[in-house]
Ligand binder design. Structure first.
Ligand code: BDR
Ligand code: CA
Length: 311
């Protein structure tokens, strides 16, 4: 059993990552923390509470940073809608919000667990993780690993060279990539291979449970916005990939490389710079995911949704 903290900004693909965590028998959700990103902090926190309720989770849910460390806030309403999770109606939360700041919950959860017990899975801007490192730098030696969705070695989506989660808070990303913990950047190189096809949706629809119908409604909205905004006929479902490789490392193929976040470039702020030249070997505690076993990913997701629906 692996215990994970989901630090997220739900978000359609964050929602599927949460369902994957809740439904997979190898994963226990230790805490959910939210960060302003896809929508304002209030909205994504409401979404997280509703999703946790739907998934039957019983763990702390805490709101974290409402804005980036330095940059002006940006949201992604054009992809995720006005609520951050358009296309579905969420249940009223069954739990109340943990009164602590999300960054404090991250610190408390990691420091009260055994060394190597907690895995951090951030799927939004990295503000809470950077704040948690500032509050308690020792978390870097205590987590099993950090597996985050963000960045890309060769691709961008919010600019020609930068991905949304990183470009929203590049200073936070810089702190997180520089900390001495094992970290895998599951960025666009891998997640642009996680394409949500009609065949996958048919498999989920065929489960015919409350959760599967909710997921299909989420996808209906997400497919439309990804097509009109980014031209994807089958949208990439980014965030679950970062968790799927924690469940089964063979889901992604990775290369060890230093990762630097561009903070000052005129046209490249938020770019994640990796070293992929095969003849250069630099020591690093960071890796980048480059390849994806999409069949294995979808099997894990369909199985988790199936298990949730029959509870
Ligand atoms: C990332 O940005 C957000 O819109 C998604 O939820 C995902 O975490 C993809 O660039
Ligand atoms: Ca996200």
């Amino acid at each position: 059993m692996k215990r994970v903290i989901l630090d997220c900004d739900p978000g359609h693909d964050d929602a599927i990552a949460l369902f994957l965590a809740a439904g997979n028998p190898e994963i226990e959700v230790a805490a959910i923390t939210t960060v302003g990103g896809n929508q304002s902090l209030d909205k994504v926190t409401r979404n997280a509470l509703g999703l946790a309720t739907l998934a039957g989770l019983d763990c702390p849910v805490a709101a974290g940073a409402s804005r980036p460390l330095v940059a002006e806030p940006q949201t992604a309403g054009e992809i995720h809608g006005e609520s951050g999770l358009d296309g579905v109606v969420l249940p009223s939360p069954a739990m109340s919000l943990d009164p602590r700041h999300g960054a404090q919950v991250i610190v408390d959860t990691i420091m009260s667990a055994e060394p190597g017990e907690i895995t951090l899975v951030p799927t939004g801007p990295l503000t809470n993780i950077a704040l948690a490192l500032r509050l308690e730098p020792a978390i870097a030696e205590r987590v099993a690993e950090v597996s985050l969705m963000g960045g890309g070695a060769r691709e961008g989506n919010w600019s020609p060279v930068a991905e949304f989660n990183i470009v929203v808070d590049p200073e936070a990303a810089d702190a997180v990539f520089s900390a001495p913990w094992p970290l895998t950047m599951v960025g666009l190189d891998a997640t642009h291979q996680a394409l949500l096809t009609g065949e996958v949706i048919d498999r989920i629809r065929a489960l015919d449970t409350d959760i599967s119908r909710f997921v299909v409604d989420l996808f209906d909205f997400f497919i439309k916005t990804n097509l009109t905004e980014q031209g994807f006929p089958d949208p990439p479902l980014h965030d679950p990939v970062a968790l799927a490789r924690v469940i089964d490392p063979s889901v992604t193929s990775c290369k060890r490389t230093p990762i630097h976040v561009e903070l000052t470039g005129t046209h490249t702020r938020g770019m994640t710079v990796t070293e992929l030249r095969p003849w250069i070997e630099e020591p690093a505690s960071t890796s980048v995911a480059l390849g994806l076993d999409a069949d294995r990913l979808w099997d894990l997701i369909v199985d988790a949704i199936d298990r949730l629906g029959t509870r």
